[in-house]
Design a protein around this ligand. Sequence first.
Ligand SMILES: Cc1cc2nc3c(=O)[nH]c(=O)nc-3n(C[C@H](O)[C@H](O)[C@H](O)COP(=O)(O)O)c2cc1C
Ligand code: SF4
Length: 551
Amino acid sequence: MSKNLSQLARRKGIDNTLFQHLVIGEDSRSKEQRRDLAKDFLVGEAIIHGTASFYDFIDGDNANKKAYVCNGSSCLCAGKQEEITQQLTEHYGAENIGHVTCLGRCAENSAFQISDENFSGDDISRLSEIVANPSLAISNENYHVECALDEAILTAEITDVADYYDLFSKISVNQSEDELLQLISDSGLRGRGGAGFPTGFKWQSCRDVKSDEKYIVCNADEGDAGAYSDRYLLEQRPHAVLFGMLMAGYLVGADTGVLYIRDEYPAAITQTEQAIEEFNQLNLAVNFSFKIIRGAGAYICGEETALLRSIEGQRPVVSVRPPFPTQSGLFGCPTVLNNVETFASIHWILAGNVEKYKALGNGKSTGSKLVSLDSSFVKPGIYEVAMGMKLSELFSIAGGYSKKLKALHIGGPLGGVVPIDIVELLTVDFESFAEHGFLLGHASVIGIPEEIKMIEYIEHLFEFTAAESCGKCYPCSLGSVRGQEMLQKAISGEQQIDSELLDDLLETMQLGSLCALGGGVPLPVKNILQYFSSEISPYLAQVKFQEAYHD
Ligand SMILES: Cc1cc2nc3c(=O)[nH]c(=O)nc-3n(C[C@H](O)[C@H](O)[C@H](O)COP(=O)(O)O)c2cc1C
Ligand code: SF4
């Protein structure tokens, strides 16, 4: 079924997707309009309903609110959400306030959105001005961008756009496609979306598939609370991302690049649109075009197969792999899908820097990495560091902690919770984090202050997973809800947690989930159970499974 729907979507092509009709909304609001769309796209009305009802910002409870408050983990830990909600409620009324996870304003927190404009930090003090004219009330946002390398790679400024793209003409004349692909592999570049998959290998696999139609897709759905490095790149260095996609297209034989950018990042969308316009004006002798697809507020759309189904206008449910996207991706065609930062690394590597890139890091994790630090640091911001750098050294450059913290949540909701006294052991690379039982992921860092109760933080993680689960597999869709219930009962004092039952649940989710949403959330929960046992133990009871089951 899903395959047929992909083929039906292919009929219409990337410039006319059902999903964008639903997101933009002008011709898809009423029942009649949706019926017409169903006819036009040759799908049943239930397909349209299934898709629209999945998304928070289309048909969900959160659609069409006047203001949205960020409820991501970083804003939660900063403790300002209640105050922000209250002030917005005074202006708009409670029924007009929605929530959003997250706006990527983690350097400042106190984040909210009004009429497609994001605000944070002390912006709330200008609320009357913002309410009067949101599009003219520019945010005071401020965050550090620092590079701890001798030569900036991802944070380097692009001063001359034409000159920047000149590299494409130069290298494509002087080196064969195979040679260029070999350089990507030689650099050791691994995907920055979290899993660290070798980029050269991915591109080669797509190149090896024979097909007249292939796609390059940029995953700009950065949904991990605490992460805003992709947002930084799209807003400040969009040409670096476009260049990487262009190169991928040239090397695998694709002529279309699609950027899936989350709806929560309106400025990233406009900056990228402008960069595409600049690219088009260069009239390069290449057959490659870009298309932006705007997301609609679903975390799972960051997972690659869900993202592809989302573009096609299907309900964004995770697919079993194989086939991998390089074999059967967008519209069933071979597709290279990479993270924003992965694409942004390509230009520097191919500008004669393969050896230098490889030399940065520990041999297995190479090159540079952007790390997002939230407001619990004295100088919150985006830091470009060499892979393998000591985490504590990076934190010193960022001025240290701005408040008393007991742990750091690193790598998004599915990343580990690192107690402060373990920070000293970690280096910024995939291996060091895995060896110590954590996850580098996309390298976002959220400080968990002393006053946050770990039991409540676990509940927050289960709540997030339950809200964002795509529903495909039971360990995640049911397990997250059962987990949240267990935690809620323990917090309210109604029932202590049977630790055997909780262990069982975590193991089932970890081993039985189809993707890393359900499979990943047990990691931070287990970290907390291990490192904060004295804080958690009053909530635990050693009730035998049978008794708990029959209660
Ligand atoms: C629940 C879930 C959410 C994800 N979210 C993102 C995301 O926001 N951005 C991203 O690049 N990768 C995300 N990923 C990883 C993608 O599935 C995929 O591995 C990645 O985009 C591939 O690009 P890379 O090889 O450049 O890392 C997510 C994975 C899962 C399981
Ligand atoms: S783990 Fe959760 S999000 Fe992933 S496929 Fe299963 S239900 Fe969907």
